[in-house]
Write a protein that binds this ligand. Structure first.
Ligand SMILES: *[C@@H]1O[C@H](CO)[C@@H](O)[C@H](O)[C@H]1NC(C)=O
Length: 313
């Protein structure tokens, strides 16, 4: 569940975005959106309560952590059983500081801040985080294609590395492991952004067995945030804004069954599921004339089946 406010993708995609004529941005912004759009004016890019943002057109800053000034908050995940919010933190430009922070959901006190390192000062970029049933957190490193495992107490446990995490073409590793979700059956689903590879990682096994999920029906390249809609359905935010992926065999194989194309000039970086509805968080094209974040409800157009079935979740 990435809530990317700033990330490597931003930098790379700025090149693409800046090529889009401003006039187009303005007209898209003023045009009536095809689906429900909830906007929230943003005073500053900090961690906020996304659900509140959806319901009211107001954004509330709940955490201001001066110790982390200069860094960006990336993926977040709510760890309900432990009443806390886990946040992946990284310094966007330097790739020198990476951490996992946990905040109490009632008091917003910081519970722990764990610095995430690597061997030989390897460049790293903490991008997204998922939490398993025991409270272990898994943070993806989009730069060096590894996963940090951090225990429920905030202590670093181990790295998960695998040759499958590395794309063959060097440039496809510029943005690697990114969105990550924990499946209630005891495994992680992780996406490699530039290659579109999707992995299943069994965390019940000591060696964290990694498998490539065979995906049919389309590519998942430029997939960013992931969110499970149900145990068999996964939303992939990115470009295109939303893709719906389904697996009927416990995520050994999967297929792209629907796509959602949101505002063209904005970049969807995260998906959230609330009450069975999918919301995509858009990062770029911060709004015109006012600086806004946009959460767009995703309506998936099914690619197969009887004609053009519009499915509202
Ligand atoms: C990120 O936070 C760490 C920890 O407080 C700090 O040492 C570092 O300077 C910060 N990074 C930037 C780019 O400000």
């Amino acid at each position: 569940m990435a809530f990317s406010l700033c990330s490597t993708k931003t930098l790379l995609l700025f090149f693409l975005i800046s090529a889009i004529p401003v006039a187009f941005i303005i007209s898209s912004e003023l045009a009536k959106p095809p689906t429900h759009v909830a906007s929230a004016r943003s005073p500053s890019p900090k961690i906020t309560d996304r659900h509140r943002k959806r319901l009211f057109l107001k954004e509330v800053t709940v955490v201001k952590d001066p110790a982390l000034a200069g860094n960006s908050s990336l993926g977040i995940v709510v760890d309900r059983p432990r009443n806390r919010l886990l946040v992946a933190i990284s310094d966007l430009l330097g790739n020198k500081y990476n951490a996992l922070a946990a905040y109490d959901l009632s008091t917003w006190d910081r519970l722990f801040l764990t610095k995430l390192g690597g061997p030989d000062n390897e460049k790293a970029f903490a991008d997204d985080v998922a939490v398993d049933a025991e409270g272990n957190a898994y943070v993806t490193d989009a730069k060096s294609n590894k996963i940090w495992k951090v225990g429920a107490d905030g202590k670093f446990v181990s790295f998960i590395r695998n040759p499958l995490f590395i794309a063959k073409e060097w440039y496809k590793n510029l943005i690697g492991l990114n969105g990550i979700v924990y499946h209630p059956d005891g495994f992680l689903i992780v996406i490699h952004t530039f290659s579109g590879m999707l992995y299943k990682i069994d965390v019940t096994k000591e060696d964290h067995e990694v498998k490539l999920i065979k995906v049919a029906g389309g590519s998942l390249a430029f997939g960013d945030g992931l969110e499970l809609l149900s145990p068999t359905k996964l939303v992939v935010a990115g470009n295109p804004s939303g893709r719906l992926v389904e697996s009927l065999d416990g995520w050994e194989t999967a297929s792209v069954v629907a796509k959602f194309k949101g505002p063209a000039h904005r970049l969807a970086t995260a998906a959230t599921v609330k009450d069975g509805r999918v919301y995509l968080n858009h990062l770029l094209g911060m709004g015109y004339p006012k600086k806004q974040h946009a959460l767009v409800e995703a309506v998936f157009y099914f690619l197969r089946g009887e004609g053009n079935l519009n499915c509202w979740f």
